[in-house]
Design a protein around this ligand. Structure first.
Ligand code: NAD
Length: 427
């Protein structure tokens, strides 16, 4: 495994005109301006966001099947950086002697940095998972979302065009469905009313991918993930939060009578769907990757209690205006185009997640007294989420309890959240 930081970006002395000015537009229709040798006998997969939850699992899978994987991640502190470092440590322990595993630390928006990676590593496939994720934080600071998600995706699409990448697969999100009151969410639904900056950036990525497909014939598949959970899961998501709070005897809030249900997708099924999409260039497609079997909130809480081995302290709260009764991914398209067939029942998935959590917790991974920021500098300073704020996050404030998949439902909720954020003492 090789590891590079943004302080020492690779350089190969080749120059490439990647000017995005309009005067270059006509040249872009031809790919003849690529000045490097693009012949490569092996597939090389660029996994952006590879230190994150889904990216580290996808990388693990690709490395295990013998592929070359190049990870790029800026290791930002949207959540505790130790979790991302631990993901990379896990990968390097699993693939320690693997010369096909390279990690670069840096921002996907940094043109020279990322351009050099395409050049040096001879990338053939892009699996673009890097993003600022999370609905609530995007309401608080939309600008870093536009930076990482929209500018970052455009940068990667443009380099993929230039280097004639065989397939560009990227993460979209079920959040693009916004306030839809349909209980079965399908790719053909009109999704033009995103209710958070995060959702709007994800929709923008789908539109940009279409444009690159239209102009240059690129293969671009967008995957709309439905609440992904599992070992090494994101701490801002409901499955992790519920397990964490029940394990630590902290109260959890149940909105309404707990009868609302949501589609949760186990990480192994998502990895299977992502890899199937990478292996199958499809022109332009947007595909739901969910479980297709929604689970009720109150049953979810019971399951967490059983898996953790403790009773939950439940605070009953009034139903949130705008919360829909049930959301469920229509996964027929994924089945027919990708052969996707999610296999993990929620009961099994939560139990595996709780097992991982208990292990990681007893190894001190979630200890709140020693929050470290990334040991190497991140390329772009992150003004809105300071170290102090990450420490506060670990204090597990009450407002953390919102289910991220429950968040994007009503204008009033968004308003309440804004109010709470701006009144928060950490702001
Ligand atoms: N987890 C879910 O339930 C879910 C649901 C819908 C969509 N998604 C999408 O799937 C993708 C992966 O999500 P995840 O849950 O693994 O999130 P994650 O936050 O664990 O991983 C994303 C990674 O991207 C990196 N990153 C962010 N901006 C970057 C930049 N500018 N340059 C380089 N690296 C950058 C972060 O440091 C992080 O490690 C994201 O695009 C997310 O929006 C996730």
């Amino acid at each position: 495994m090789s590891c590079f930081t943004t302080g020492s970006p690779p350089s190969c002395g080749l120059s490439m005109d990647n000017d995005s000015s309009p005067s270059n537009t006509s040249r872009r229709n031809s790919l003849s301006d690529v000045s490097v040798d693009l012949e490569s006998s092996e597939n090389v997969y660029l996994v952006t966001g590879g230190a994150g939850f889904i990216g580290s699992h996808v990388s693990d899978y690709l490395l295990s099947r013998g592929d070359k994987v190049v990870i790029v991640d800026e290791m930002n502190d949207y959540y505790d950086v130790r979790l991302k470092e631990s993901n990379l440590n896990y990968l390097s322990s699993q693939h320690s002697n693997n010369l096909k595993f390279v990690v670069y630390r840096g921002d996907i928006c940094d043109k020279d940095f990322i351009d050099n990676i395409f050049k040096i590593e001879k990338i053939t496939h892009v699996c673009h998972l890097a993003a600022r994720a999370g609905v609530r934080a995007s309401i608080a600071d939309p600008f870093i979302y536009v930076h990482s998600n929209v500018e970052g995706t455009t940068r990667l699409l443009d380099l993929s065009r230039l280097y004639r990448i065989k397939n560009f697969v990227y993460a979209s999100s079920s959040s693009v469905y916004g306030c839809s009151n349909l209980s079965l969410l399908s790719e053909d639904d009109v999704v033009e009313k995103p209710v958070s900056p995060y959702a709007a950036t994800k929709k923008a990525c789908e539109l940009l991918a279409y444009t690159y497909h239209h102009l240059y014939g690129m293969n671009c598949t967008g995957l709309r993930f439905f609440t992904v959970y599992g070992p090494r899961g994101r701490p801002d998501m409901a499955p992790f939060k519920f397990i964490d709070r029940v394990y630590n005897s902290l109260p959890i809030q149940q909105y309404g009578d707990g009868s609302t249900s949501r589609d949760y997708t186990y990480i192994d099924d998502i990895v299977d769907g992502v890899v199937r999409a990478i292996d199958r260039p499809l022109g332009y497609e947007v595909i739901n990757l969910g479980n297709g079997r929604p689970f009720q909130l109150k049953a979810f809480i019971q399951l967490v209690e059983e898996s953790v081995g403790k009773k939950a302290i439940i605070e009953l709260c009034p139903e949130q205006p705008g919360d829909v009764e049930r959301t469920c991914a229509n996964i027929n398209k994924a089945k027919s185009l990708l052969g996707y067939d999610p296999k993990t029942p929620f009961e099994i998935g939560i139990s595996l997640t709780a097992q991982w959590y208990k292990n990681a917790s007893s190894n001190g991974l979630f200890d709140s007294n020693e929050v470290t920021s990334s040991s190497n500098e991140t390329l772009v300073p992150i003004p809105s989420i300071s170290k102090q704020k990450s420490i506060d996050k670990l204090k597990r404030s009450e407002s953390d309890l919102e289910l991220s998949s429950f968040v994007e439902k009503a204008t009033r909720q968004v308003h309440m959240r804004m109010k709470r954020f701006f009144n928060s003492p950490t702001k």
